[in-house]
Design a protein around this ligand. Sequence first.
Ligand SMILES: O=C(O)CCC(=O)C1=CC=C[C@@H](O)[C@@H]1C(=O)O
Ligand SMILES: [Mg+2]
Length: 371
Amino acid sequence: MAMPMNQVRLRRLRMMLNHPFTTSFGSLQEKEFFITEVLDDNGGRGFGESVAFTSPWYSEETVETNHHVIKDFLIDLLRENTINHPDDVTDVFKPIKGHPMAKSALEGAVWDLYAKQKDIPLAEALGGTKQNIEVGVSIGIKPNKNDLLQTIDHHIREGYKRIKIKIKPGWDYEVLKDVRKHFPDIPIMADANSAYTLEDIDHLKKLDELNLMMIEQPLAHDDIVDHAQLQASLTTPICLDESIHSLADTRKAVELESCEIINIKIGRVGGLTEAKRIHNYCREQGIQVWCGGMLEAGVGRAHNIALTTLPQFVLPGDTAGSSLYWNQDIITPEVTVSNGMITVPDKPGIGYFIDDDALESFSVSVETFYL
Ligand SMILES: O=C(O)CCC(=O)C1=CC=C[C@@H](O)[C@@H]1C(=O)O
Ligand SMILES: [Mg+2]
């Protein structure tokens, strides 16, 4: 039976981060994104969140391309096709090449609406089983080592299950060595956001002495082949982030042995359905996965939590508490982390209420489209 849906609302939000977040490609202090809303005749509202940034420094997509693709193509496809189940959305969007973050923003809202129409949590609709999920924290590049050490200490005391440290040439081995000296036993990983090439192989090999859980995306954002060569030279597991946009990419990376671990980001892979497929394939292949983050507000955070309830998410993800990034979130209650764990909400859909006043106060524009 076709899922009842009659309207899409596209709301552009602007929110200030608590503190600047710095990676090998730059610094971010303000986030602009879309909250998508798919509505039905019975007052049902499903919510999704777009994760592209204003500049194409993480991937090709931006807030503007998300807007263009959602408004000019994806909503039409939703209108012209019958959706019986949220899994159908991925196929319906197939004629549009690329733009996974735009697709995911709308697909996520359909999933939330579906779960609410069925009166079940989104986690359950996805086939998730966990009632609590383990999470870590991602620390941006800091102005100095002392700052980094203090930040790590703070998050360890808060109970986060692992610490991810952003690295780049000049802020890598020496810094991580110092961190390891101060924290001999904590789970640490490094994320390079594509800052290296195969010419750095000898330098990267030095990281093997530091007992890191993994190195995330050391080489180019669109590479799978060179990572295989690097992985063969390292004992530290490589985790791919930027390079993985689909199940097909995942299969190639696993077959080439380009990595031992996959970071699944819902937006980067085009939505929850593709994320689930990647998860299932990795489960069959014995590849560990974890759920990455894109500095999401509450709706995106809630989607990440639901996905992480699937069984192969065996490593702590990047879904920190709302307060790490936001003074005020757009959901109630906000996401909280206790001893490195998030309790999965048991209410229907994403399981958190939307704070409509907060949504309104951060809104830059709202557009309505009829299906
Ligand atoms: O949302 C989070 O807490 C994770 C933050 C994070 O590490 C990242 C966010 C956005 C882009 C990247 O720099 C990055 C990542 O590569 O995982
Ligand atoms: Mg990353």
